[in-house]
Design a protein around this ligand. Structure first.
Ligand code: ACO
Length: 446
């Protein structure tokens, strides 16, 4: 418990046997005392509404910009302990999943709550493989974009457009419909992403190859040229698979919150996923991998790192790929990404920007500014280096985040829909604007 908070209600220890799962609050404005139930170390702000000075008052609310200390839902999907650097999907550690699982299997786990049996995995792979094709009209739609359109903008609008192709998706309380849209979304994301990439290059679209793995097929749709059958490099295919596992879910981050918030209006899952993808696009979230690469290019050489760090400490810039709302320790995903980076460099050659990244990390981990603020590398610090070495342009980096995160978004959306405590998302505000005033005619305004 935060000691500064406990001071107002007294901080003496509760005698043994007198323990109650409540919080006593004394309102010093009125001298009244209230007892608020505590469950799972949380209180419900609605219980604060009884706290009033006058009977006609609205009652007390909690004020928590950016949800810094507010749980918006109860969830069984992903567990994070930011102080210890722990990340688990459905109870399984990210380290073990990255070592032993595949992205499709992890996506199944996140969505269904349990690892699949071999029969279930076969069926799951069959369905997500057989929903990779997109309607031919979507190709025309993609052709309408400029050659230099950002692929993330293309992805957001194309996912939203999918809702017009599948009106059955509106049937959100029908488990069969939800299952079908899940296959479609997970199956089609790589296809739309790859088509967006090929459009930017002016290259013909490559259709899905059902004989390849999820990531192998994605590489095929991105990079195949004249080969009769594309054979992905197994190291790169596995590297992408591991990165997809690491990005599959991350509990109530900005984009999952968008997915749940928009989905809470009962819109179809394509529209909600488009909203979540838009949230991911920002440089403070999934767009950070792109921003990191641009930053490393801007720094230019190891010798320039101290000057860059100085400007960060002066508050002129952010050290992109550093810091996290939840992790106040090394992001466990960043450790795995760093290892994968070297595996990819063994195949593709060392990315020269890695030396600048390592120097940024070395300085930051020793520097008082970063140490006192507990700023560590997050997942995005090293992913861009891998993607660049694999041949992706920087604009594709956030897209590579959105593809695997789709499974997490759908799991979060489904959990929200089936949670009887959830309603349409609608926060309160603290109004600090004008009280009622009279309209001033135009010719009377100064
Ligand atoms: N570089 C420099 N200073 C930073 C950084 C950074 N990357 N991140 C946080 N700080 C500073 C803040 O300025 C603040 O300093 P102050 O106390 O002197 O005002 C302090 O550290 C605390 O930071 P907050 O802004 O309170 O942290 P918050 O939880 O709101 O932000 C965020 C988290 C958005 C990730 C932030 O660390 C950031 O902008 N990082 C860079 C962008 C990035 O890498 N985003 C990817 C996150 S991972 C993901 O979404 C996949």
């Amino acid at each position: 418990m935060n000691p500064t908070k406990s001071a107002s209600v007294g901080n003496s220890e509760t005698p043994a046997g007198a323990r109650r799962d409540t919080l006593s609050i004394v309102d010093n404005r009125t001298g009244r005392q209230y007892e608020i139930p505590v469950k799972n170390d949380t209180i419900r702000p609605i219980d604060l509404r009884q706290i009033k000075v006058h009977e006609s008052d609205f009652g007390m609310m909690s004020y928590d910009p950016a949800f810094a200390n507010t749980a918006s839902c109860a969830s069984k999907i992903t567990y994070i302990d930011g102080d210890k650097g722990i990340l688990r999907y459905r109870g399984y550690s990210i380290e073990e999943l990255a070592e032993k699982s595949s992205y499709p299997e992890t996506a199944y786990l996140i969505l269904h709550g349990e690892l699949p049996t071999s029969e279930q995995l076969k069926e799951w792979n069959y369905h997500i493989t057989h929903h990779t094709f997109i309607h031919e009209s979507i190709k025309k739609f993609l052709d309408g974009f400029h050659y230099d359109a950002h692929p993330m903008g293309m992805l957001i609008s194309t996912i939203a457009a999918l809702s017009t192709f599948y009106p059955d998706a509106k049937d959100i309380f029908n488990p069969d419909s939800r299952r079908k849209q899940t296959y479609r979304l997970i199956g089609k994301m790589p296809t739309v992403a790859a088509f967006a990439y090929r459009h930017c290059l002016g290259m013909p679209f490559v259709y899905p190859d059902n004989d390849l793995s999820y990531c192998g097929n994605f590489l095929n749709m991105l990079f195949r040229t004249t080969e009769l059958q594309y054979r992905p490099n197994p190291t790169l295919e596995r590297a992408l698979d591991v990165l997809f596992i690491l990005h599959a879910d991350h509990e109530q981050n900005c984009s999952s919150t968008a997915m749940r918030g928009v989905g809470s209006s009962h819109v179809d899952p394509y529209s909600a996923t488009a909203a979540a993808t838009a949230a991911l696009y920002g440089p403070l979230h999934g767009g950070a991998n792109e921003a990191v690469l641009r930053m490393l290019v801007e720094i230019g050489s190891v010798n320039n790192v101290p000057a860059y760090v100085k400007s960060v400490k002066a508050g002129e810039k952010l050290l992109m790929g550093f810091g996290h709302r939840v992790y106040k320790n090394y992001d466990p995903r960043a450790k795995i990404v760093k290892r994968v980076a070297y595996e990819v460099f063994d195949v593709m050659g060392r990315n020269p920007l890695i030396d600048i990244a390592l120097e940024c990390e070395r300085i930051a981990l020793e520097d008082e500014y970063f140490v006192s603020r507990r700023l560590y590398p997050n997942v995005d610090f090293y992913t861009g280096l891998i993607y660049q070495s694999m041949g992706f342009p920087v604009t594709m980096f956030p897209v590579l985040f959105a593809i695997p995160r789709t499974s997490g978004w759908i799991a979060q959306w489904q959990e929200m829909l089936l949670d009887h405590e959830q309603k349409i998302s609608r926060p309160r505000q603290v109004y600090l604007g004008y009280d009622l005033r009279s309209y001033v005619p135009l010719d009377h305004r100064s």
